[in-house]
Design a protein around this ligand. Structure first.
Ligand SMILES: C[S@@+](CC[C@H](N)C(=O)[O-])C[C@H]1O[C@@H](n2cnc3c(N)ncnc32)[C@H](O)[C@@H]1O
Length: 302
């Protein structure tokens, strides 16, 4: 924090809520000012410096639509009724590409109500930090979480600042299509990850983000090559998403030095299709793209 302040940053600490003593020595070696000792030789940073004004280089690019009351209310009605693609399509696919999380230090970008954070803690993660810009979503997350290994921080993924080699697994569930500069974010994620380290994310499939105009056949893909902001209507007008081609997403990971392990375009499970025939749409065209990548122990050198 002192370091951040010296750089003129407005920072705040977020705690990895894990047992152990605080110490500044190893953390300082890692490039942050304080840390928590989990066990002999295992350290995690105690704090994440969130720098709102300075890192917000393109303020209009970051939209906190989940704090819009009308949007939030409608979104929660949909989620409570499990009427979306989350449980039926996206979550099983994302979970299927995760490594064994036992003992891992995890960051979940765009954590929403913290569902995935709690699940990963239940599966044995050492600690999970959920980051989300929406205070309404985080209020739900905090209400629904009663696990000291899970902590939350309000902020956009793009704003998060963590020491290099400090996180074992970074996850993101259906949030990256809200990020304008995916390449910059993935580069940071690759830096945060330990060797070995894992990155697993789901996002709206590019055939969906390409031409999301209401009233059009959702199976007609249009305007695919133009990688740019899309101004969409979802519960309210003006919901900003970012469209990128599949190849761009894949190459962004490759360019950051991560090794792609898996690419999924999940379809509804037979059970969910039985219960909800309307999900057949997502067999006609994929709703979600899931990517899993690793930061290997050592890169081959020629
Ligand atoms: C579709 S919800 C998914 C929430 C949660 N991951 C889940 O699967 O239930 C998308 C979430 O991404 C968050 N979000 C939007 N833009 C973001 C950004 N730039 N960085 C991080 N999270 C963002 C929203 O506030 C919202 O909570």
């Amino acid at each position: 924090v002192r370091h951040a302040r010296a750089r003129g940053l407005k920072s705040q600490l977020v705690g990895y809520k894990c047992p152990g003593e605080r110490c500044s020595y190893r953390a300082a070696q890692m490039g942050c000012e304080t840390g928590t000792r989990l066990s002999e030789g295992v350290w995690v940073p105690l704090g994440v410096a969130i720098d709102r004004p300075r890192l917000c280089h393109d303020a209009v690019a970051m939209q906190n639509i989940y704090d819009n009351e009308e949007f939030f209310t409608n979104y929660q009605v949909m989620r409570s009724a499990r009427a979306g693609i989350n449980e039926a399509i996206e979550q099983p696919a994302l979970l299927s590409v995760l490594p064994c999380v036992e003992g891992l230090h995890v960051v979940d970008l765009g954590c929403g109500d913290g569902h995935l954070c709690r699940l990963l803690a239940n599966k044995g993660a050492a600690n999970v930090l959920g980051v989300d810009p929406s205070e309404r979503m985080l209020t739900l997350a905090r209400k629904r979480t009663n696990d000291p290994r899970v902590g939350y921080q309000q902020g956009f993924a793009e704003e998060v600042c963590l020491p290099n080699n400090s996180v074992n697994l970074v996850t993101s569930s259906l949030a990256l299509h809200y990020v304008a500069d995916l390449a910059a974010l993935v580069k940071k994620v690759a830096g945060w990850l330990t060797r070995p380290g894992w990155f697993a994310a789901s996002m709206e499939h590019p055939v969906v983000t390409a031409a999301p105009r209401l009233g059009h056949d959702p199976c007609i893909v249009d305007d695919y090559a133009r990688e740019d902001k899309r101004d969409t209507t979802w519960y309210v007008d003006g919901v900003i998403k970012y469209h990128r081609r599949v190849s761009t997403i894949v190459n962004t990971l490759i360019d950051s030095g991560l090794l792609i392990e898996r690419l999924l375009e999940p379809t509804p499970t037979p059970e969910s299709l039985n219960a909800r025939p309307e999900l057949a749409l997502h067999q006609r065209r994929p709703a979600v793209l899931v990517v899993a990548a690793t930061k290997p122990i050592a890169r081959d050198t020629p």
